[in-house]
Ligand binder design. Structure first.
Ligand code: GLU
Length: 391
C-alpha cells in the first residue's frame, strides 16, 4: 500500500523521540527532555500581540503563497543589514518553517540521480529530503569540529549538483570559518554546483565566532546559493511555522510552484507575528543567547566530568554532541540503545547520533532550563556509573 520512495525513508528521530518523551511526561512521568531543539523561552510578548491584532483585524485569509509583501520587504532589509546580501522581493519566499524552505529548494532543483553532498554529522532531514526528490545523498564525513575542503574536492563528480552546508551546525554546533566558506565558494564556482546554506542558528554563536553567509561573497556566488532561515529558533516561534529562503529569482519562482501545490501560504497570522519579530526589539534574542551560553558551559563541564564521555565545547547552535562510544558494550551497543535505555531507565530524552550520521555520539540540547539540565546530568552520570559497576 505504501509507495516505494516512502518505504525508503527513515523516521525523523528528533521528532519521534521528542513525541515519545512528551507522551511519557503527559502520563505523569518525571522526564527530562533534552531532545528536540526547541527553545524553552516563551515567544516574546510583542510578537504574540501582533498575532492577536492580526486576528482582531480579520487578517485571517489566504495570502500570496510566497508571503505578504511587507514581510518579504523586511526580510530583504534583514539580509542587507545582517548578512550583507542584496535581494529584492522576487528573491524571497516565506514558508511553513525552515523545513519547507529546504524541501521546496531541493524539489525545485534536484533531478533524479543528481548527487547532493551532505557533510556529516548532518541534520536528520537533509538526507531524507534529497531521497524524496530522487537525488542521491553523498555523505561526506567531515568530523565533529571542522570541515575538510580536500575531502569535499575528492567527493565532487560530474553528477554533483548541490552541497548542503549548515553553520552553526546541528548537531555539532561547529561554526564554519570565513576561509572555509571562501574555499567552498571557490569550488562551487569552478565546478558549478549549487549550495544550500542553512543558517537557522546564525544568531546562536558564543564567544568570538562570526557568522558568514556564503551568498555574501559576491554576485557570482549569490547566483549559486539558496539561503535557508527561520523564525523558529531565533524568536522561540517553533509552533508558528515561519521559515524563509532567498535565492535567484528563477529558483524562488520554482520553489513557489512546489509550495502552491502543497500548502499554499504559511499562516497569515504567523506572518504578521514574524514581521513584528523582525521590526520590534531584538532584546529577547540577546537575553536568550546569553542564557544559552551559561547552560552550554555548564552542560559541557558536567558531561566531561563523566568518565567515558568526551564533549568538545560547541561554538554555536544549542546542542552538545558528546562521544559516548567508549561506554558501549554488548547490551548498550550503539547510540540508539544508549538513548532508548536512558529514556526507559532514567527518564532522560536525548537523540541518538546515528540519526545525524554518527553512531559514536548522542545529541543533547541545552534549550531546556538549567534546573532540568542539572537533573538530567545527574541522571546521566548515574546511568553511566550503573553501566560500569558489575551487573
Ligand atoms: N530542528 C530541530 C531539531 O533538530 C527540531 C526538530 C526537527 O524538526 O528535526 O531538533
Amino acid at each position: 500500500m505504501i509507495a516505494e520512495r516512502i518505504k525508503e525513508l527513515e523516521e525523523s528521530m528528533t521528532l519521534a523521540i521528542t513525541a515519545k518523551a512528551k507522551a511519557m511526561k503527559a502520563q505523569g512521568e518525571k522526564v527530562i527532555i533534552m531532545a528536540s531543539g526547541e527553545p524553552d523561552f516563551d515567544t516574546p510578548q510583542n510578537i504574540k500581540d501582533a498575532a492577536v491584532q492580526a486576528i482582531a483585524q480579520g487578517f485571517t485569509k489566504y495570502t500570496a503563497t510566497s508571503g505578504i509583501d511587507e514581510l518579504k520587504e523586511a526580510l530583504c532589509e534583514k539580509f542587507r543589514h545582517e548578512n550583507r546580501i542584496e535581494y529584492t522581493k522576487k528573491n524571497v519566499i516565506v514558508t511553513c518553517g525552515g523545513k519547507q524552505a529546504l524541501y521546496n529548494a531541493i524539489q525545485a532543483t534536484i533531478n533524479s540521480g543528481d548527487e547532493v553532498i551532505i557533510p556529516s554529522p548532518y541534520w536528520v532531514s537533509y538526507v531524507e529530503q534529497v531521497k524524496l526528490a530522487g537525488g542521491k545523498p553523498v555523505i561526506l564525513n567531515t568530523g565533529v569540529t571542522g570541515f575538510d575542503l580536500e575531502k569535499l574536492k575528492g567527493a565532487l563528480t560530474p553528477r554533483t549538483r548541490m552541497l548542503i552546508i549548515n553553520s552553526p551546525n546541528n548537531p555539532t554546533g561547529a561554526v564554519l570559518e570565513r576561509a572555509t566558506i571562501e574555499g567552498i565558494a571557490a569550488l562551487a564556482l569552478e565546478r558549478k554546483f549549487l549550495v544550500i546554506s542553512d543558517e537557522v542558528y546564525e544568531r546562536f554563536i558564543y564567544g568570538s565566532g562570526i557568522h558568514h553567509s556564503i551568498a555574501s561573497l559576491g554576485p557570482e556566488m549569490k547566483e549559486l546559493t539558496i539561503t535557508i532561515n527561520a523564525f523558529s529558533k531565533t524568536y522561540s516561534m517553533t509552533g508558528w511555522r515561519v521559515g524563509y529562503a532567498a535565492a535567484p529569482e528563477a529558483i524562488i519562482k520554482a520553489m513557489g510552484m512546489v509550495q502552491d501545490h502543497q500548502t499554499s501560504n504559511t499562516s497569515s497570522i504567523s506572518q504578521k507575528a514574524a514581521l513584528e519579530a523582525l521590526k520590534g526589539s531584538q532584546d529577547s534574542v540577546t537575553v536568550m543567547v546569553r542564557e544559552f551560553e551559561k547552560r552550554r558551559n555548564y552542560m559541557v563541564e558536567r558531561l566531561n566530568a563523566i568518565e567515558g564521555i568526551e564533549c568538545p565545547l560547541p561554538p554555536g547552535a544549542f546542542y552538545t554532541f558528546p562521544r559516548v562510544a567508549a561506554l558501549y558494550h554488548e547490551k548498550l551497543n550503539g547510540s540508539f540503545a544508549f538513548a532508548e535505555r536512558l529514556l526507559e531507565e532514567m527518564k532522560v530524552a536525548l537523540i541518538p547520533g546515528v540519526g545525524f550520521g554518527s553512531d559514536e555520539h548522542v545529541r543533547l540540547t541545552y534549550s531546556a532550563s538549567l534546573e532540568d539540565i542539572r537533573e538530567g546530568m545527574d541522571r546521566i552520570a548515574e546511568f553511566v556509573s550503573l553501566q560500569r559497576s558489575p551487573r
